[in-house]
Design a binder for this molecule. Structure first.
Ligand code: ADP
Length: 247
């Protein structure tokens, strides 16, 4: 397919830290409605790849294109605006606020006005908050303080805080770390709902979860792409077994 058909095109992406190539000539392409999982040993460069895509780290070579736009030289906030949302491992929710208020605060600015006198909760905002809360299994918890949620519910709330901004690509760093079996299952269900209108890139170590969710897996090793394809294909690749799965 043509370049522009991919939602995200990462090409020859490279970054060095003091001469050490943490990400070295990495290329991969993500389609709309795809769940891509990045796996690989610690230090393989997985987090750095996401940092490069979202603009947290500047690349020293290569390019990142999203819907045909070059993200490579954009600032982090411009990349968010372009439609790329990133969730880090530790939830950055407001513990003292309710689920509703956390979602409300994440609603894209410019659609409503924050400020004691001017604030107005318009119907569209309220409806969107309810819609997202249902999606993240928190429809019955809108008035609960975030501090009182379970670990898994907090992770979902943070995903909801991204979803409310309507990104087209979500990047999640180990979304099921620390979750119960039931929460993992629901997270897989959530991701399958999300990809109806988004693409998702996930960094994950839990191979059972990867098997459940991945459309395609990219295996990184020492900053390079070691293998790519379906989980079926990747898990029988001798090089992948040697450096990662065999442990
Ligand atoms: P992974 O997420 O696969 O565990 P990382 O992307 O976190 O790997 O790290 C890849 C390599 O780059 C590691 O050797 C790490 O120490 C190094 N690295 C990551 N970020 C920095 C940085 N800001 N400065 C120096 N080295 C870094």
């Amino acid at each position: 397919p043509q370049q522009k058909d991919f939602l995200l095109a990462v090409e020859a992406l490279t970054v060095s830290f003091d001469g050490f190539k943490a990400v070295n000539d990495v290329s991969f392409y993500v389609d709309p409605n795809e769940i891509r999982v990045i796996i690989g040993p610690n230090g393989a460069g997985k987090t750095t790849v996401l940092d490069l895509i979202c603009g947290k780290t500047r690349s020293s070579g290569g390019s990142v294109r999203f819907k045909g736009h070059d993200l490579t030289r954009m600032r982090e906030d411009q990349i968010v605006h372009a439609g790329v949302g990133r969730k880090f491992q530790n939830p950055s929710i407001y513990e003292d606020l309710s689920v509703f208020e956390n979602l409300e605060l994440s609603y894209p600015k410019g659609h409503n006005v924050f400020g004691a006198l001017f604030f107005k909760r318009d119907q569209a905002v309220i409806e969107r908050i309810h819609e997202v809360a249902e999606m993240i299994f928190l429809g019955d918890h809108l008035t609960d303080k975030a501090a009182h949620l379970s670990h898994g519910q907090k992770q979902w709330l943070e995903i909801g805080m991204l979803l409310i901004q309507k990104p087209e690509l979500l990047m999640l760093d180990e979304p099921v770390a620390g979750m119960s079996v039931a929460e993992r299952r629901k997270t897989a269900e959530l991701l399958n709902r999300i990809i109806q209108d988004h693409a998702v890139i996930v960094i994950e170590h839990d191979m059972g979860f990867v098997e459940d969710i991945a459309h395609k897996v990219t295996v990184l090793h020492q900053g390079k792409v070691l293998a790519e394809g379906s989980m079926e294909k990747v898990k029988t690749d001798p090089r992948v077994i040697e450096v990662y799965l065999g442990h």
